[in-house]
Design a protein around this ligand. Structure first.
Ligand code: NCD
Length: 325
């Protein structure tokens, strides 16, 4: 396992194994490579909150955030992470770019490469878009969410949060609740958690769950009460209303009643259960206001840890990817 954690001089000493030019997903990524990121993120924690920069492995490098979908926390967190490591950061939102003039995604990425970008952080509504770009350009590509496919840095920060707050990952029971079918967060969680030996459960309306035979090893719950009884960690997913075609969903009120983490359900939750949500939350639908303020909620810590985890990804990438040449 990579661990460069001993030295204060160079938190990334020993880094760079297992990660190549791109980070496209967690599917197929092994335990060692995931643990390497988590240890690196732990080393990044003090640097993430410090205003004075001590270590700038990305100095002189250009990171471009190319976002074709709205985002608050993911984009800002990549920006803060890249800046904390000394990079120059450019934010491209598609409304202000030539995308509105019909430039294709690959052309846009080639243009960014010609302009001197070293790494493109890409969010796109089409599943597979980052993979297509990664094949077409020499610059590194980090997937910041592609359609319903994956959101690897969210998966890593969810793992990091569990590891930090539960003290372990192996054997931890994590239930993902809600719209699993449309959730790239659920998919990245599933691959990441399985790789490190956690147990994964899915709970939601039958129309929003994958087929059990497609995800062997996952426990299915049709009643939230049973899932809450089983789980050490409850990860509440946002209802992805924008990705649903009609017919998947019962009325919102009914959804809340069956699958919402309500104040009433919170009162029956074990004191050691961790509640997570990737955000943005539909407060009053999948999660109640009271849950956000409860000490069992790790939601704001997930956001803070996100910066350290993205710093880990970026610093590991520059130890091994294109930049090391
Ligand atoms: C998620 C996303 O965009 O995939 N949000 C995030 O990145 N924190 C989850 C969501 O939109 O529900």
């Amino acid at each position: 396992m990579g661990n460069g954690m001993q030295s204060n001089e160079d938190p990334a000493a020993g880094a760079g194994r297992g990660w190549g030019k791109d980070l496209l997903g967690l599917r197929g990524v092994g335990r060692e490579a995931i643990l390497q990121v988590l240890h690196q993120a732990q080393a990044m924690l003090p640097l993430a909150t410090e205003k004075r920069r001590r270590w700038e492995p990305l100095r002189g490098r250009v990171v471009v955030n190319l976002f074709y979908e709205p985002s608050t926390r993911t984009r800002i967190s990549f920006e803060l992470a890249a800046r904390a490591l000394g990079a120059d950061v450019v934010n491209v939102t598609t409304a202000q770019s030539s995308v509105v003039k019909g430039e294709s995604l690959v052309d846009t990425a080639r243009t960014l490469q010609a302009l001197g970008a070293d790494l493109v952080v890409l969010r796109h509504p089409a599943s597979g878009a980052p993979h297509r770009v990664a094949q077409a350009v020499r610059v590194g590509v980090v997937n910041a969410g592609d359609g319903t496919n994956e959101h690897p840095t969210q998966g890593l920060l969810d793992l990091f949060t569990i590891w930090q707050l539960k003290g372990r990952l192996e054997g931890v029971r994590v239930v993902l609740v809600g719209d699993i079918l449309h959730s790239r967060v659920a998919r990245s969680n599933l691959w990441g958690l399985s790789a490190v030996g956690a147990q994964v459960g899915f709970c939601g309306p039958a129309t929003l769950l994958p087929r059990p035979q497609d995800v062997p090893g996952v426990r299915f719950f049709s009643r939230l009460e049973d899932a809450l009884e089983w789980a050490d960690v409850v990860n509440m997913l946002r209802l992805q209303r924008e990705r649903q075609v009609h017919g998947y969903l019962p009325a919102l009120g009914e959804y809340r009643q069956r699958f919402g983490l309500t104040a009433q359900r919170l009162r029956r939750l074990r004191p050691d259960v961790l509640v997570m949500h990737p955000g943005p939350a539909n407060v009053g639908v999948e999660i109640d206001e009271e849950v956000l303020a409860d000490p069992r909620s790790a939601i704001s810590r997930q956001v803070s840890f996100g910066v350290a985890v993205r710093m880990a990804v970026l610093s590991l990438w520059c130890g091994q990817g294109e930049l090391s040449r």
